[in-house]
Design a binder for this molecule. Structure first.
Ligand code: ADQ
Length: 498
């Protein structure tokens, strides 16, 4: 698949820049630390090729916000290596305000609420105020980025594109739009939400729900992973704001404008994962044991406790798996300064200890638990050599792990993907085994079925899954976004209308 090309320069706006800044203790200098996610891989080349800009928080609180951003290391091979520091707009936010915006409102309110877990959500006027202010700050920075882009490219006829990402920045669009209109500057604005958009009954719990919807409707196009989230959003706009909507065409009328709503399911850099799987050395446990694999950020939405209990239930119900199957759970630490995440860590530690204490023999322990980040090579090897990927979120926007596992399944015969229907991935990866993590006994049955599935069925299912993910990879996602914005240049040079 060829790389996507935008007809205009793009400004990407995200909570974090596509790399973080770290202070080198020895030299005292700032350095870039690359982020290797699929989003950066797909989006950075389009920003760089189009001479665009990236607006975001640099991952560090600096005493002097004017301290220059370093250029990338000459040996940097990551997709952001070509992103010059003059193309990076760092948004500096005072520490206390950032904490209230990020830990308080984004992760304390929107994260649980949008994952339909309202009991975990904290509703605080103070956090909301800071969320509002930080969004304003991002909008101001985006506006100056837009002005500099337009000045620099004053002879260009193409309209610049502003692409805002995720639940951290749901309010920013309107301020950018208004300021651009006042200055008579053209721009197209798109938004993409990486997490689910909840149904009306959940969304309405947020006391300032109107403002969120109005903020999102400041864009020309609002994208979500799957159709269900689109319809939830359209429904909320109609019921909360009284907007006229077209459900079939997924259009919302607001403030004299028509906003397009589109499902844009994210993909992964499929070929990169295949290459990694082909070259990664074997890292799996030992002997002929089958490995059931879990890979996640340690987050309560990922259904980790349910997963461990389902595995325990498998060993009870189907003792033929004793000493033959191991659950390898790799959990990357996440939001470690938040109490709920510390509690989850403790619960996991105890549960792993209890299950291992119950079943461990001289030769075997049922659960291997790695609490930490693993390299991309290692990850690819784990994906490649696992018999089953057990992906059990209670709610998840998409879930890239399910897709990465499928890409790395290059062995013959392949393994089996088990995925929750409450992840966007479960909605789209029809040939996977679907498993409701809330029903522990049923989840154990599905896991048993995966472990005992005949080879030809495994091959058939995996071939379909791999074919779809290869075509619908992260570049395809990038292209779909540009197409939805009317900013995609196809090979023949024509812009593609939305
Ligand atoms: P996340 O909630 O972070 O993303 P996910 O989609 O599973 O969830 O992506 C996690 C990424 O982290 C994967 O690329 C995975 O390889 C990596 N990872 C996880 N554990 C790791 C470990 N221990 N070591 C190394 N790497 C690890 C949010 C939404 C998702 C949505 C994505 C993209 O919550 O629903 O799919 O954004 O839109």
């Amino acid at each position: 698949m060829s790389e996507a090309v935008s007809s205009g320069s793009m400004i990407v706006v995200s909570n974090r820049l596509p790399f973080v800044l770290k202070r080198n203790e020895a030299t005292g200098r700032l350095e870039r630390k690359a982020s290797a996610g699929g989003l950066v891989t797909a989006v950075a080349p389009v920003v760089i090729q189009g001479n665009g800009l990236w607006v975001g928080w640099p991952g560090i609180h600096l005493d002097d916000p004017n301290e220059p951003i370093p250029e990338s290391d000459p040996n940097d091979q990551t997709p952001t290596a070509g992103l010059l520091s003059k193309k990076v707009v760092a948004v500096h936010v005072e520490r206390g305000m950032f904490d209230s915006y990020y830990n308080g409102c984004c992760n304390g309110t929107f994260w649980p609420l949008f994952h339909s877990m309202p009991d975990r959500a904290v509703f605080s006027a103070e956090h909301w105020k800071n969320y509002y202010k930080v969004n304003q700050l991002f909008a101001e920075k985006t506006m100056s980025a837009l002005m500099s882009l337009i000045l620099e490219q004053k002879d260009s006829v193409a309209t610049p594109l502003v692409w805002i990402h995720d639940y951290h920045l749901m309010l920013a669009a309107n301020w950018v739009r208004q300021a651009a209109e006042e200055k008579d500057m053209r721009c197209k604005m798109g938004f993409f939400l990486h997490i689910p958009f909840p149904p009306w009954d959940i969304f309405r719990l947020f006391p300032w729900a109107d403002e969120i919807l109005q903020g999102m409707l400041g864009n020309d196009m609002v994208g979500f992973h799957i159709e269900d989230y689109c319809l939830n959003f359209v429904d909320c706009c109609q019921r909360r704001l009284g907007c006229r909507v077209d459900r079939k065409g997924m259009l919302v009328e607001h403030g004299g404008r028509t906003v397009r709503v589109r499902p844009l399911p994210i993909g992964i850099p499929f070929d990169r994962f295949v290459q990694l799987a082909e070259s990664a050395p074997r890292v799996m446990l030992t002997t002929n044991q089958k490995v059931v694999l879990g890979v996640d950020r340690l987050d309560y939405t990922k259904g980790l406790v349910h997963r461990l209990k389902a595995f325990e239930c498998l060993l009870e119900k189907y003792p033929e798996h004793l000493e033959k199957v191991t659950l390898l759970q790799i959990s990357v630490p996440s939001r470690t300064d938040v109490k709920e995440y510390q509690d989850l860590k403790e619960e996991m530690d105890q549960l792993v200890g209890r299950i291992n204490g119950r079943f461990t023999t001289y030769n075997w322990s049922p659960i291997r638990y790695i609490y930490g980040c693993v390299s991309q090579d290692e990850l690819a090897a784990f994906y490649r050599d696992a018999a089953v990927a057990f992906v059990t979120p209670l709610r998840d926007g998409m879930n890239l792990v399910a897709k990465e596992f499928v890409a790395c399944q290059i062995n013959e015969p392949p393994g089996v993907l088990v995925v929750s229907p409450f992840a966007g991935a479960g909605e789209m990866m029809h040939e996977a085994l679907i498993c409701n993590p809330y029903e522990i006994h049923q989840a154990a049955d599905v896991l048993h079925r995966a472990l005992t599935m005949p080879e030809d069925e495994r091959t058939l299912r995996m071939n379909y899954l791999r074919r779809r993910e290869k075509v619908h990879d992260v570049n395809y996602w990038m292209k779909s976004f540009l197409k939805a914005m009317g900013s995609l240049i196809e090979e023949d040079g024509d812009e593609v209308l939305p």
